[in-house]
Design a protein around this ligand. Structure first.
Ligand SMILES: Nc1ncnc2c1ncn2[C@@H]1O[C@H](COP(=O)(O)OP(=O)(O)OP(=O)(O)O)[C@@H](O)[C@H]1O
Length: 252
């Protein structure tokens, strides 16, 4: 039976009178790659912050790996790896040193940390830049090191916010393949927030489309195509665009 890893029930966040996340319901099962889509300001990042226990909901509840992040944020952070769009490293240290440091913060011994860090550097294609300080890394190298940094604590879930921005097309393909491999090998659950519809379509099992704080559509691309167009022939771009007028206004 499928195991629920992320469960959002009636989740709501208000900033004064403005509702940024509006009574959303969402369930993600173990091993799923789920895409969060929506225009700027639709509420994706606020939803992620609530899942990480970094901001409190006004109503409803989030559960991640069965744990309420508002009450037990440290427990959730132990199980969830979060890769923001711009990850910070100690720029005067090498990639290896940064990874070992993160691992040791997560109570992994130095010997094991070094071994895991070297294996992950290889996995993300950074084994040949050993010795280079992260301050001299390119954007794409930083993102790949970010993924290794997230994986070193053996998370059950990874949340990726625009993870491929700044990576060249070949690098993007390798990055997306790696995400799929990690899911296949370790049953990792992945939440993938992106504006790149093509990438989301390539990698995600299901998607949720956010508009003005609400999830206005959720499902596989085939299901959404059938629901919206009555056939299975439409791609994610058609589906996404069907929620907006030419002027970018949401269809009610
Ligand atoms: N701390 C805050 N105080 C007030 N309003 C906020 C705050 N954080 C976010 N908002 C507002 O909440 C709404 C949702 O923002 P959020 O960052 O969640 O959107 P998003 O879907 O992640 O957008 P993007 O694609 O640009 O990252 C926006 O209108 C934003 O201005």
């Amino acid at each position: 039976m499928a195991e629920t890893i992320i469960e959002l029930v009636n989740l709501t966040k208000k900033y004064r009178s403005f509702t940024a996340v509006d009574h959303i319901h969402l369930t993600v099962e173990k091993g799923e790659i789920f895409g969060l889509l929506g225009p700027n300001g639709a509420g994706k990042s606020t939803t992620i912050l609530m899942m990480l226990g970094l901001t409190e909901p006004n109503e409803g509840q989030a559960k991640v790996c069965g744990i309420d992040p508002t009450r037990h944020p440290i427990e959730v952070k132990r199980r969830v790896g979060y890769l923001p769009e711009d990850i910070g490293f100690y720029d005067d240290r090498t990639g290896l040193e940064n990874l070992v440091y993160t691992a040791m913060l997560n109570r992994i011994s130095e010997a094991e940390a070094t071994q895991k860090a070297n294996a992950l550097l290889k996995r993300v294609g950074l084994e040949n830049v050993d010795g280079k300080k992260t301050g001299k890394y390119s954007k794409g190298m930083r993102q790949r090191l970010g993924l290794a940094d997230v994986l070193i604590k053996n998370p059950q879930v990874i949340i990726l916010d625009e993870p491929t921005s700044g990576i060249d097309p070949q690098g993007v393909r390798a990055f997306l393949d790696l995400i799929i491999e990690l899911r296949n090998e370790h049953g990792l659950t992945v939440l993938f927030s992106s504006h790149n519809l093509h990438q989301v379509e390539q990698v995600c099992d299901r998607v949720g489309i956010f508009v003005q704080g609400k999830i206005c559509a959720m499902g596989t691309i085939t299901d959404l195509s059938r629901q919206l167009f009555g056939d299975a022939d439409h791609n994610l771009e058609d589906i996404y665009n069907s929620f907006f007028d030419e002027g970018g206004v949401h269809h009610e």
